[in-house]
Design a protein around this ligand. Structure first.
Ligand code: SF4
Length: 378
């Protein structure tokens, strides 16, 4: 069957006509050269460390949010050695507010590994993928931008553009769907400018081929786009069952223990969720657990004596990628059983400046914002 320009069906088909490939590359790169976003990491495109930090921050966080964090982080840790020799608490403090703290745990660990091996960032996507926290997409982005490797970087934004451009109707989150998107992106990749080409997809997905209302009239690829021609842009890509629908709900009871205008904070263990961050003491609530009983248990675990009634002050919701959390917050005046209770290196009584110095997760900042704790904001 012969194909004419603008009639590129790509239901389950993987081969892209060479003429179409050339046309898409030319149009997309020309558009990128005119409309590319001026981002701080793009001013250091040959610096793999700068690309790496940006790509890790951009996982699950919007570009607009990342820019300020990125600039601060690079000022404090301008190169891989500076990050590798920093203590973890310092690194976490510069990440505070960005969320998904496993990212900084991995980034810091990987920086130490590279430093121990001589300080050279691996130069290929395959080697980069062996570092903690660096997946297929991130490795391809770093290798193509910093080292010019012909590696296609396909995230959700790029998959969306490709699915629309070629009218792909399979679930792009399924394994075959991901394979198909990656195969398409690899065929299209501009061999002379792989890093720019990957970034051009990202910019197009962010500014033109947006999730809800794609701006097709100003898209450089509209003449070749199956979705715009068939009027199905808004219904693509197919994503199967939304992960949000499967998120389990978790109830957590929080004790904000106050003693002489200070509150008790505890530090989470290194590794796992919110690694090394400080938080208000809390405990997961199972069906049938009375919240007040859990608060009393938290007090007793910390050698504290409750001196007044429990005050329920707030209910705070927080979404994680895999769970939906609801914090039930209780403000509790306490006395210590002994002068130094609780006797534990991972707990601390703080107020004012002492509190501000701690690295605290976004979830527990929300709890603070919802609680009447004036001394901590002083
Ligand atoms: Fe997306 Fe529309 Fe461009 Fe197609 S024409 S790639 S749907 S913005």
């Amino acid at each position: 069957m012969s194909r004419t320009r603008g009639q590129q069906p790509l239901q389950d088909q993987h081969h892209v006509d060479p003429a179409l490939r050339t046309r898409i590359r030319r149009k997309l790169l020309r558009w990128y050269d005119r409309h590319r976003r001026d981002l701080p990491w793009r001013r250091r495109s040959g610096d793999p460390y700068a690309q790496w930090v940006a790509e890790i921050m951009l996982q699950q966080t919007r570009v607009e949010t990342v820019i300020a964090y990125y600039n601060r982080f690079l000022r404090r840790f301008p190169d891989i050695t500076a990050l590798a020799v920093a203590d973890h608490e310092d690194a976490v403090k510069r990440w505070e507010g960005l969320g998904y703290y496993r990212r900084i745990l991995h980034l810091h660990r990987a920086a130490k590994l590279i430093h121990e091996r001589g300080g050279e960032v691996p130069t290929s996507a395959a080697e980069l993928q062996r570092l903690p926290g660096v997946g297929v997409y991130t490795a391809a982005a770093i290798a193509s931008i910093a080292f010019g490797e012909k590696a296609a970087a396909v995230d959700g934004n790029v998959a969306r553009v490709l699915a629309r451009l070629f009218g792909v109707r399979c679930d792009v989150l399924s394994t075959p769907g991901k394979r198909q998107m990656h195969d398409l992106a690899t065929q299209l990749l501009a061999p002379g400018r792989p890093g720019d080409f990957n970034q051009a997809w990202m910019d197009l997905g962010s500014a033109v081929c947006t999730p809800r209302s794609p701006h097709c009239p100003r898209c450089p690829l509209k003449a070749d786009c199956v979705a715009t021609r068939t009027g199905c842009a808004a219904s693509l890509p197919h994503r199967g069952v939304s992960r949000n629908n499967r998120r389990p709900q978790v109830d957590i009871v929080v004790g904000v223990f106050v003693h002489k205008h200070k509150v008790l904070m505890r530090r989470r263990p290194t590794g796992g969720l919110w690694s090394g961050l400080w938080e208000f003491p809390n405990v997961e609530r199972n069906d049938g657990d009375a919240p007040s009983r859990l608060v009393r248990r938290l007090a007793s675990d910390n050698n504290l004596r409750i001196t007044a009634g429990l005050r329920r002050t707030a209910t705070v919701g927080h979404e994680l990628s895999h769970r939906s959390l609801t914090f039930h917050v209780y403000l509790v005046d306490v006395d210590r059983e002994t002068e130094d209770s609780p006797r534990n290196a991972s707990t601390r009584w703080v107020a004012g400046r002492g509190f501000r110095r701690l690295s605290i997760s976004t979830a527990h900042r929300k709890i603070l914002a919802a609680s009447p704790l004036t001394p901590l904001r002083a």
